[in-house]
Design a protein around this ligand. Structure first.
Ligand SMILES: *[C@@H]1O[C@H](CO)[C@@H](O)[C@H](O)[C@H]1NC(C)=O
Ligand SMILES: *[C@@H]1O[C@H](CO)[C@@H](O)[C@H](O)[C@H]1NC(C)=O
Length: 304
């Protein structure tokens, strides 16, 4: 059994964006999409290298301190996926997180690279009270257990695609097209989608990814698929125009600039005997995605 505790605060959101949706949920959760997604979005091969002692990406430090944890307990890794050979992702993990680093690398590597490139950093942080996640400015924080939960990675990446302007409608969640398409459906995918438009777009990103990558599509597991077809169909259409961002395969063509390497603790570099800060610059092989500030400090509660 899974229970959910969910909240949201966003500086970007207008009232309309944070308003609860009144359409009923089609299913109690999206857990039934997990199996097909894991089977058909295989992990991309990767290798990783840990950063030198004492350095952390500024955004990982911020997310760590926002959770009242110490950046000195966070390890940072350059993770090189074969579908983006020029530019590794810089991922962070608190040493007390219950999941091993390999779990995060594996699941993130299953997110199609067209969408993965809209994520800057991910950090895995411990939280004994609950499992949750949020996306802030393209950075994903995952609390407690990641387990094998690919839907959460796609959901959080979905916020990036929406709010960083990956789609023709920027952001999709506040566009008139989305509102018009949403109006044509009788349901939303699940109770979490009812939270507001942002979360409905993110959950429909999971449905769209399923429809695009699993043979037979969403209809093969959901007989009532027509009740949400305009929502996930809009994402299917928008991601196609944007270059099939949610379809497995291809290589990265753009990336978000990494946040700069900073010292985990505010003690002088010389005194701590630190080496030079790691180079976090992007290569010329990728275009730089224009940054946008947003914060969906949500709690995709997936405790059990
Ligand atoms: C961190 O601590 C501050 C001050 O005690 C508190 O207000 C805040 O809610 C805490 N944040 C989290 C995420 O626990
Ligand atoms: C959104 O709506 C506008 C105006 O109705 C239309 O021109 C545009 O093509 C739509 N965008 C997409 C991605 O369909």
């Amino acid at each position: 059994m899974r229970s959910a505790l969910i909240g949201l605060a966003t500086s970007l959101a207008t009232l309309a964006l944070t308003q609860r949706l009144d359409k009923p949920p089609l299913e109690p959760s999206l857990d039934y999409l997990q199996k097909g997604l894991l089977e058909h979005l295989g992990s991309v091969k990767s290798s990783y290298k840990q950063w030198g002692q004492g350095w952390i990406p500024a955004d990982c430090k911020t997310m760590t301190e926002d959770a009242n944890l110490s950046a000195a307990d966070v390890e940072t890794f350059n993770v090189q996926y074969v579908d983006c050979p020029s530019d590794p992702w810089v991922l962070c993990r608190h040493k007390d997180s219950p999941d091993p680093l390999e779990n995060m690398i594996d699941l993130f590597g299953r997110v199609p690279v067209g969408a993965r490139q809209y994520v800057r950093h991910i950090i895995n942080l411990p939280d004994p009270s609950m499992t949750s996640a949020y996306n802030s400015n393209g950075n994903i924080a995952m609390f407690d257990r990641i387990n094998g939960d690919l839907t959460v990675f796609i959901h959080e990446t979905g916020h990036s695609l929406d709010l960083l302007g990956a789609y023709p409608d920027k952001p999709l969640s506040s566009s008139s097209n989305w509102t018009a398409k949403y109006a044509l459906d009788s349901h939303v995918p699940d109770p979490y989608s009812q939270t507001n438009k942002l979360e409905d777009v993110a959950q429909n990103t999971v449905v769209a990814a399923y429809n695009l990558n699993v043979p037979g599509g969403f209809g093969s597991v959901e007989p009532k698929w027509r009740e949400v077809q305009h929502q996930f169909g809009t994402i299917v259409g928008e991601q196609r125009v944007a270059g099939n961002l949610l379809v497995r395969g291809g290589t990265c063509v753009r990336r978000l600039a990494n946040s700069k390497a900073v010292q985990a603790e505010g003690v002088s570099r010389v005194r701590r005997g630190l080496g030079k800060p790691p180079d976090v610059g992007l290569s010329d092989a990728v275009d730089v995605i224009e940054p946008v500030e947003f914060d969906t400090t949500e709690f995709c509660g997936r405790g059990s």
